[in-house]
Design a binder for this molecule. Structure first.
Ligand SMILES: [Zn+2]
Ligand SMILES: [Zn+2]
Length: 346
């Protein structure tokens, strides 16, 4: 089968490799759509100390079941259209047992596109814990493109739940990349009265408007902090979600949060990055600052239900389609912020 193999930073080659073998508790999926993601871009540019190349990247995908292991044949049939998340917890470690399966100590062992070959290929082997916990058969009304958003949506649901958005809140989303645009929709579903979105790319802000942003701020032209203060009567936003992943936007997100408000740091910064926060504000202003990582089987289930309900609009998040051989171009385009997500069709 054809697979896009990552060999070293800046080096991806399309190769012919064997179709993976599955065990009795696994399934083999024929990939229909694999979406590009910021994580793939980071991996392509910098690699990762724990990733051993060559490996196939790609972890946001959907497809049809090509083969089922004997022990899971009662749950999945050949031909089933499925959405699959990129990991599943062990349910046995300290963090799983204490209700934080997103921090499972064995997460990396079955992480697709990281330690297990990913979805930029014609076929993918889905490890047993993921088959058991985080694989869903799609209803007919859901496209493969929408289904492939299961993983980022599950992460964003985990995030939005931590932001504790209430009815009538003013929510500020810093960054309107795919994750910011997903948070925008979720904030509205949570009952926010006003959602403000900021970004440096006017094209992305146009999509934010299309998806219902009440105010968009072009940070390349306007000062975000003073605009947000102006819109919120000098207070700052009730809940602020950072969806960029840079130390300076983390600090800015904090500055734009009102007294007794919540800053949610969703975007992951380059490793080793440090920020500085005003402790006086945290103390005297009753602030909540919260980090969040990854997804849980509960948030994956919620994401699946939301996609199935049609109440989540995934279509504007996918800018264009490309073939597997164009993957490198797709990742370069992504890194320039010229698109939201690209659907790779093997
Ligand atoms: Zn992703
Ligand atoms: Zn665990």
């Amino acid at each position: 089968m054809k697979a896009a193999r990552f060999h070293a930073p800046g080096k991806i080659r399309i190769e012919d490799i064997d179709i993976p073998q599955i065990s009795s508790e696994e399934i083999l999926v024929k990939v229909k759509v694999a979406l590009t993601c910021g994580t793939d871009v980071k991996m392509y540019k910098r690699g990762h100390p724990k990733v051993v190349p060559p490996i196939t990247l790609g972890h946001e995908f959907s497809g049809t079941v090509e083969e089922t292991g004997q022990k899971v044949a009662n749950k999945f049939r050949v031909g089933d259209r499925v959405a699959v998340a990129n990991s599943a917890p062990c349910n046995d470690c300290f963090f799983c047992k204490t209700g934080k399966p997103n921090l499972c100590e064995h997460l990396l062992e079955t992480l697709i596109g990281f330690s297990v070959d990913g979805a930029y290929a014609e076929y993918i082997r889905v490890p047993a814990p993921i088959v058991r916990q985080n694989t869903y058969v799609l209803p007919e009304n859901i496209s493969f493109e929408e289904a492939a958003l299961l993983e980022p949506l599950a992460c964003a649901i985990n995030g939005i739940d931590a932001a504790n958005i209430g009815l009538g809140d003013t929510v500020l989303i810093v960054g309107s990349g795919p994750i910011g645009l997903i948070h925008l929709q979720l904030a509205k579903l949570k009952g926010a009265a006003k959602v403000i979105v900021t970004d440096l790319q006017p094209e992305r802000l146009k999509i934010a408007c299309k998806l219902g942003a009440d105010v968009v701020i072009d940070a390349s032209k306007e000062d975000q902090l003073s605009r947000v203060k102006e819109i919120t009567g000098g207070l700052g936003a009730d809940k602020v979600i950072e969806a960029v992943g840079l130390p300076q936007t983390w600090e800015l997100a904090f500055q734009m949060t009102r007294k007794a408000g919540t800053t949610l740091f969703f975007g992951g910064c380059p490793s080793g990055a440090k920020i500085s926060l005003d402790t006086e504000r945290i103390h005297y202003e009753d602030l909540t600052v919260k980090g969040i990582f990854h997804h849980t089987p509960v948030s994956v289930l919620k994401a699946f239900k939301l996609i199935s309900s049609g109440r989540f609009n995934g279509e504007p998040l996918i800018s264009e389609e490309m073939s597997l051989s164009e993957l490198e171009n797709a990742l370069i385009k992504m890194s320039k912020g010229e698109c939201v997500k690209i659907a790779i069709k093997p």
